[in-house]
Design a protein around this ligand. Structure first.
Ligand code: PGA
Ligand code: ZN
Length: 403
């Protein structure tokens, strides 16, 4: 039974306010905090930010107040049924994009409810999720963001994330490989004298932000460490799409030229996929790109926003072969898991994902295992809020067959 619910403002990894929620039941207190994106898709559920006279700028006090004054009266005193709690909040919000109560308010409560119920059922969170939703659990392959560009790096490179995807025998081995790669990459960047010492400063997700000026420069740095390790590039193309053109590394390209550029890049490095290679509303363009890139993974993030309706549209158009799932894009745990089930029906690869603004909450790791995600992206193997998820996966892998 729910005995109390309380939200507060805390800071995320960029130093911006975010929502933390605590839920009190007869089994104890359960806390969760909500991440926040920088290159958000325009079709995402709305995160409530204050910015009015009474409230200031980036604060989330309105979302906090919505938890404390509007959601708490609806659920305190009820049994902890996370599905029912999600439904109550979605109905009370009453909008398509959760702009009334705020996706950041609703998701915080939703995460707490799932945590609380897993404890009551005496199973770890990942197993509770997989049992509840009848999905086979599995440990995902991690995609480590080692170079940050675009909105996360603000250096000279337009593409947002260059991720290495090691294919070792276990998660533990993949993490070891990635940390060694990361440190070797740091040395390689420092070897390029004209980049200077600041080039090993890191971006929002922990990847380096070298003085490199192009995607080709970045690929040459990465392949100088290991030219066999698979890569995924999160292009985040909507960020540099202007009217009909894509402004890539200071050059203006049309759609056909951008696709040709991808074809050139795949000859330079073992790229296995692109995330958001075109802007977020061009379902038909995506489908053309997908057929031209053959077997490469084409992954929708801003295109799909963890939203089943948009996923259905992408399936009709054959726009992609993989999906990024971010719980805060849709605003509740149960809806994010329904999106995972839909992706499985479609035969798509699933990438469970953090946001560029994170906290030390490690719910994402259990979410990824519980939904049987193929991949997880949680940034570089560095920075506390990034490694929180990887460290939780180490523990899950160690204990998985003993629970
Ligand atoms: P965001 O970026 O969290 O800043 O939106 C992550 C991504 O685009 O995958
Ligand atoms: Zn993305």
């Amino acid at each position: 039974m729910i005995k109390g619910l309380k939200a507060r403002e805390v800071l995320d990894s960029r130093g911006n306010p975010t929502v933390e929620v605590s839920l009190l039941t007869d089994k104890g207190e359960f806390t969760a905090s909500v991440p926040s994106g920088a290159s958000t898709g325009k079709h995402e559920a709305k995160e409530l930010r204050d910015g009015s006279e009474r409230y200031i700028g980036k604060g989330v006090l309105r979302a906090v107040e919505n938890v404390n004054k509007k959601i708490a009266p609806l659920i305190v005193g009820k049994e902890v049924d996370p599905h029912e709690i999600d439904k109550i909040m979605i109905d009370a919000d009453g909008t398509e994009d959760k702009s009334n109560l705020g996706a950041n308010a609703i998701l915080g409560v939703s995460m707490c409810a799932f945590r609380a119920e897993a404890i009551r059922e005496r199973v770890p969170l990942f197993r509770y999720l997989s049992l509840q939703f009848d999905i086979k659990e599995s440990i995902p392959i991690p995609c480590f963001n080692v170079i940050n560009g675009g909105a996360h790096g603000r250096g000279g490179v337009s593409f947002q994330e260059f991720m290495i995807v090691p294919q070792e025998e276990s998660f533990t081995e993949n993490l070891r490989y990635a940390t060694e790669f990361y440190h070797r990459l740091k040395d390689k960047i420092l070897d390029v004298v004209e980049y200077g010492a600041n080039s090993v400063n890191i971006g929002d997700e922990g990847g380096f932000v070298p003085e490199a000026q192009s995607a080709e420069d970045v690929l040459s740095l990465i392949t100088s460490v290991d030219n066999k390790c698979s890569l995924i590039i999160d292009v985040a193309a909507s960020e540099f799409f202007q009217e009909d053109s894509y402004i890539v590394d200071r050059k203006s390209l049309n759609k056909e030229e951008l696709i040709a550029f991808y074809k050139k890049l795949i000859k330079l490095a073992p790229i296995m996929g692109f995330e958001d290679p075109l802007e977020e509303d061009d379902f038909v363009g995506w489908s053309k790109l997908k057929s031209e890139l053959g077997d490469l993974l084409v992954i929708g993030d801003d295109l799909l926003t963890t939203n089943v309706k948009r996923m259905e549209k992408a399936k009709e158009n054959d726009s992609c072969s993989g999906v990024i799932l971010k719980m805060n894009q849709i605003g509740s745990v149960s809806e994010a898991i329904r999106a995972a089930k839909k992706a499985k029906d479609f035969g798509w690869k699933i990438v469970a994902s953090h946001r560029s603004g994170e906290t030390n909450d490690d719910f994402l790791a259990d979410f990824a295992v519980g939904i049987g995600a193929d991949y997880i992206k949680s940034g570089a193997p560095a920075r506390g809020e990034r490694v929180a998820k990887y460290n939780r996966l180490l523990k899950i892998e160690e204990a998985m067959y003993e629970y």
